[in-house]
Write a protein that binds this ligand. Structure first.
Ligand code: B12
Length: 494
């Protein structure tokens, strides 16, 4: 039995969104580790200060430390790794960012897990305990023997001493150059060849995966926080993995493009488990919860059959809902649906590879509104390839919809996405936390629109949406005058 600490290095910078969702991925990994017989704890930093979290991580003295990372958390995950190096036997990175850029983590970690983590971490722990064979574990990048940090692990050789490279991965493909930035701060000095064992196949049967270990999360803090912010105790559940669409801006390095579903009964079992912990609102965090209408109807039926009393919300695709399914969702406790619409101009939607139309977007939002659901939508403004005209069209379209919640963001070329490929020569920084008037957003590449112009567009959109809400159909000339004046200003800006 190995002692394992899993860290979710999210810190509230005070500038980011009000959402505080528990780290489901880390909780899934924790459940797998525990079920394999190890001792595991989670350090969720969401409600902590950095110094306290670092002290807490050191106090655990775990043999193996696994650290989550996504694009906004790279620095903090690396900070933990550097602080805990030397104190723990093995440092493992995992999550969305290590999955798309494993090489950029290998100077600070001994093993980087690419993709779904449940099986991989258990195999890595097995190798750690028996001091052998990392080369037969798919889905990892690691440093070959010779590195002081992996000396507990024999890599590149199986127990019988033969080289065991997974099928489909050649010797030369396994050798990976480290990240160009890795020599920063003198950390690029570790010895040993870096090897990648190739991707692991995705788990075909999602019902076979153990539910996330929610009991290891700071539930009372999430419950207090969400009751204060939204009046209900909110947590997330993931009912599908992967998305069959290929939006240019979306990062799908963990779950890929295939769409896998959990059965209705399995989903509702997990919902019941979450409700038993004191939650009374579920946010289904799937990329596209509504893709398979039959399954959604099955989940709704099961919720009603079991008489569960809670409210829920989800993200829908505009071309996968209709009045019938929306009404069934409402009857089963759904009270809000979000749509990733992204643009109000068909040519920009094509550029984004969204595979939806403006007409379908309007139809879906109106249908949801008509059955009595609250509606929310996300838009990206000033996407690469947009013109002043299309940005203004998008804002006008968004504000014209019957929405209760409306979010505008600047474009983020995330590593590993097709958008990143398109603008990679213009990238300024991998990630930067925002400041100024729209502090939750910042521009990370040299775009045709300045950051100030993008933020002006966001503020203009938010103001028009607020004016519309405040006027409730009255005072249209005032709204029209605001729109015309800010349109003109927007066009004048660089
Ligand atoms: C819910 C959600 C949020 C929530 C909060 C996150 C949370 N705590 O749940 C909110 C709304 C706040 C949010 C905000 C943002 N998000 Co978000 N979010 C998601 C979403 C939709 C679901 C997350 C989830 O629960 N996944 C389910 C679990 C099971 O998956 P997982 O975490 O990847 O875990 C698996 C593996 O990664 C691995 N693993 C995970 N942890 C570990 C740890 C170890 C040690 C190991 C070995 C393995 C491992 O094993 C797990 C099980 O197989 C994902 C999309 C997605 N499909 O995952 C985006 C996603 C994670 N978000 C993303 C982004 C970009 C953001 C923002 C930066 C957006 C923005 N522009 O502001 C912000 C950043 C906020 C911040 N913290 O700084 C990207 C990350 C891309 C990247 N390459 O880093 C994603 C992937 C969306 C996308 N497709 O582009 N997000």
């Amino acid at each position: 039995m190995t002692s394992v600490l899993l860290i979710y290095p999210y810190f509230d910078s005070g500038r980011r969104s009000i959402f505080r969702f528990p780290p489901l991925g880390v909780a899934y990994v924790a459940a797998a580790v525990r079920n394999a017989g190890h001792r595991v704890s989670i350090l969720d930093c969401t409600f902590m200060k950095r110094a306290d979290a670092l002290r807490a991580a050191q106090a655990v003295r775990a043999e193996v430390v696994g650290i989550y990372s996504m694009v906004s958390m790279r620095n903090d995950s690396v900070m933990f790794a550097r602080t805990l190096r030397g104190q723990s036997g093995l440092l493992v990175a995992g999550g969305p960012l290590p999955s798309c850029e494993p090489a950029s983590f290998i100077d600070d970690f001994d093993v980087v897990v690419v993709g779904e983590g449940e099986r991989t971490i258990v195999e890595v722990l097995g190798a750690y305990e028996s001091r052998c064979d990392l080369s037969s574990i798919p889905g990892i990048m690691y440093r070959e023997e010779g590195s002081p940090d992996t000396s507990r692990l024999q890599s590149g050789r199986s127990r019988d001493g033969k080289s065991s490279i997974p099928e489909g991965v050649s010797e030369s493909e396994r050798e990976v150059p480290t990240h160009p930035d890795s020599s920063r701060d003198g950390v690029g000095t570790r010895s040993g060849k870096v090897l990648f064992n190739g991707k692991r196949n995705l788990e075909p049967d999602l019902d076979a995966i153990a539910f996330p270990a929610r009991d290891l999360l700071p539930n009372s803090l999430y419950i207090d926080y969400s009751k204060r912010k939204y009046g209900q105790a909110l947590t997330t559940v993931m009912t599908t993995r992967g998305c069959p669409f290929s939006c240019e801006f979306c990062s799908n390095a963990v779950f890929g493009v295939g769409h896998r579903e959990r059965s209705a009964g399995n989903v509702v079992d997990e919902v019941e488990q979450a409700l038993a912990l004191g939650y009374d609102r579920i946010h289904f965090a799937d990329d596209v919860f509504t893709l398979d209408t039959r399954r959604v109807l099955g989940i709704c039926d099961d919720i009603k059959r079991r008489g569960l009393d809670f409210h829920w919300e989800c993200l829908g695709r505009v071309d996968s809902v209709n009045s019938e399914v929306l009404a069934a969702m409402k009857a089963a406790g759904c009270d809000r649906i979000f749509f990733g619409i992204e643009s109000g101009d068909d040519s920009v939607l094509k550029l984004m590879r969204k595979n939806i139309t403006v007409a379908a977007a309007r139809g879906a939002v109106e249908a949801a509104h008509a059955v009595g659901l609250k509606t929310g939508a996300f838009f990206i403004l000033c996407y690469p390839g947009e013109t002043d005209r299309t940005v203004l069209t998008s804002i006008k379209f968004a504000v014209s919809l019957p929405l209760d919640y409306l979010s505008f963001t600047v474009p983020y070329p995330l590593p590993g996405t097709a958008l990143h490929e398109r603008v990679k020569s213009k990238m300024k920084s991998a990630w930067r936390h925002g400041s100024g008037l729209v502090p939750e957003h910042s521009l990370i590449f040299d775009a045709d629109f300045s950051e100030a112009k993008m933020k002006f567009a966001i503020l203009k959109g938010r103001a028009e949406f607020a004016i519309k809400g405040a006027l409730r159909g009255r005072g249209l000339p005032l709204a029209g005058a605001f729109e015309a004046a800010t349109d003109a200003l927007f066009r004048l800006m660089k």
